[in-house]
Design a protein around this ligand. Structure first.
Ligand SMILES: Cc1ncc(COP(=O)(O)O)c(C=O)c1O
Length: 428
């Protein structure tokens, strides 16, 4: 790395080409940038289909495909246009809010599980009438559900971490069993959430716990929900190394389930988000200036902002980036590498688009672009209004490679869209 621009190109090294490894190499990025502008999130339907098939193929190979059901949470990417492929793949969605149900029903989705966290009796009654499993998070909520709809199957969410996340705690399981007995009911399904970003070995380690709970407390359950948390390695470039090892995991799951003599009719539910959605999205930004040189550090100014995808910075997630020239050819840091922070357009000290510093070509400048990879989950959905920066547009590229605009750019005055032209007196 170079400390000053004058050092650039002293040592020539050849950086590997990254573009060909990504589905974006097959897109007409110039068309998207010219027609839509930047910043723009771009999603690949083909990649979503591929990621679902990888999991389904692994389930088939382990001989449990008839028992495996996928329900992708809606909150990590809440654009219905991006998820339409799930309808033909028989993949359901996990919802937490009534508004999510409303918007998705309008878009033709009808396969759901509901995992709302702690909610009011009124909200439980709303879901109790619907034909979707509702994962209840406390014993009191289970009681209300039973009174709201005495015939509806009962599902609960358990908090294995004791972390304050909504969920019935391990030391409350006997009390739950007693409640079910007193009502002459059995549990249909329990969900065990074990945190996010777990390795395959971590997830395998949890299996014994899950089946022990099944055997000890709920041997009559018809389904077990293994929730989410399947690790995705953002730092890797190769698809084969980014994704969770589903084959290894499903083989082990089957082995442990057989050892615990779990009946064949018991279904296994999974709620993966980032493994399916993560590498199906990229964020295309424009570079606005030549690198800004400060003592000992460079900054590359983009038209992005941390508010476009806040968790990338506060969770310190390392997303890979690729620089492109004005014709969308890869701009590699060959012999002119600088180590740069990626600045957003807001004034705040912390308005960096990503947490890390990145190796960048020293000759990058206005008219060039930067692509942030693996932003399909926990990114656009989290857009904040803080800093008054409007949201980015969104484009989906269908399986045939045709791009469609699915979210317009926020207007310049987006932040004030609900502001009344005049103040309005409230009258009694
Ligand atoms: C209940 C539940 N299910 C599924 C997920 C998705 O997890 P991941 O993106 O790690 O697959 C989450 C993430 O927070 C969650 O809270």
């Amino acid at each position: 790395m170079h400390d000053t621009l004058a050092d650039i190109s002293r040592e020539a090294h050849v950086s590997p080409s990254r573009l060909p490894e990504s589905w974006i190499s097959k897109l007409d990025l110039k068309l998207i940038a010219d027609r839509v502008g930047t910043p723009v999130f771009i999603y690949s339907e083909g990649q979503i289909v591929k990621n679902v098939k990888r999991i389904k193929d692994a389930a088939s190979a382990a001989g449990i495909d008839k028992r495996v059901e996928l329900f992708v949470p809606f909150f990590p990417n809440s654009n219905p246009h991006i998820l339409t492929a799930f309808q033909k793949l028989d993949v359901g969605l996990l919802l937490q809010l009534r508004s999510e149900y409303k918007i998705l029903s309008r878009h033709g989705f009808d396969k759901f599980i509901i995992s709302p966290g702690h909610v009011s009796d009124d909200e439980i009654s709303f879901w109790a009438d619907k034909p979707y499993p509702l994962f209840l998070s406390s014993i009191d909520e289970v009681s209300h559900f039973i009174s709201a709809n005495p015939k509806a199957p009962i599902s609960v969410r358990l908090d294995s971490l004791g972390s304050g996340k909504p969920g019935i705690k391990y030391n409350q399981l006997s009390k739950l069993v007693d409640l079910l007995k007193s009502k002459k009911r059995t549990l249909d399904c329990f969900e065990l959430y074990c945190g996010s970003g777990n390795s395959c070995d971590d997830m395998i380690g949890i299996l014994e716990q899950v089946f022990m709970i099944f055997k000890t407390y709920f041997p009559e359950a018809n389904a077990i929900n293994f929730a989410g948390g399947y690790g995705f390695v953002y730092e890797e470039w190769k698809e084969s190394e980014k994704h969770f090892e589903w084959s290894k995991y499903f083989n082990k799951l089957r082995e442990v389930a057989d050892r615990y003599e779990v009946p064949q009719h018991v279904k296994f539910l999974f709620e993966p988000a980032r493994d399916i959605l993560g590498d199906a999205g990229v964020l295309l930004l424009s570079v606005m200036r030549k690198p800004i040189e400060n003592p000992g550090a460079y900054q590359i100014l983009t038209n992005g902002s941390r508010v476009l995808m806040p968790s990338a910075q506060y969770k310190e997630r390392h997303h890979n980036v690729i620089f492109l020239d004005s014709s969308m050819a890869e701009l590699k840091p060959n012999g002119n590498a600088i180590n740069a922070a990626l600045r957003g357009r807001g004034i705040l000290r912390h308005d960096y688009v990503l947490h890390d510093r990145y190796e960048a070509p020293g000759n990058v400048g206005p008219d060039d672009y930067m692509v942030i990879l693996d932003v399909g989950a926990y990114c656009a959905t989290q857009k904040m209004e803080f800093l008054n920066i409007p949201p980015a547009a969104e484009v989906i590229v269908d399986e045939a490679g045709t791009p469609y605009l699915i979210t317009s750019h926020g207007e310049e005055l987006d932040k004030w869209r609900y502001l009344l032209p005049e103040r309005k007196q409230l009258e009694s």
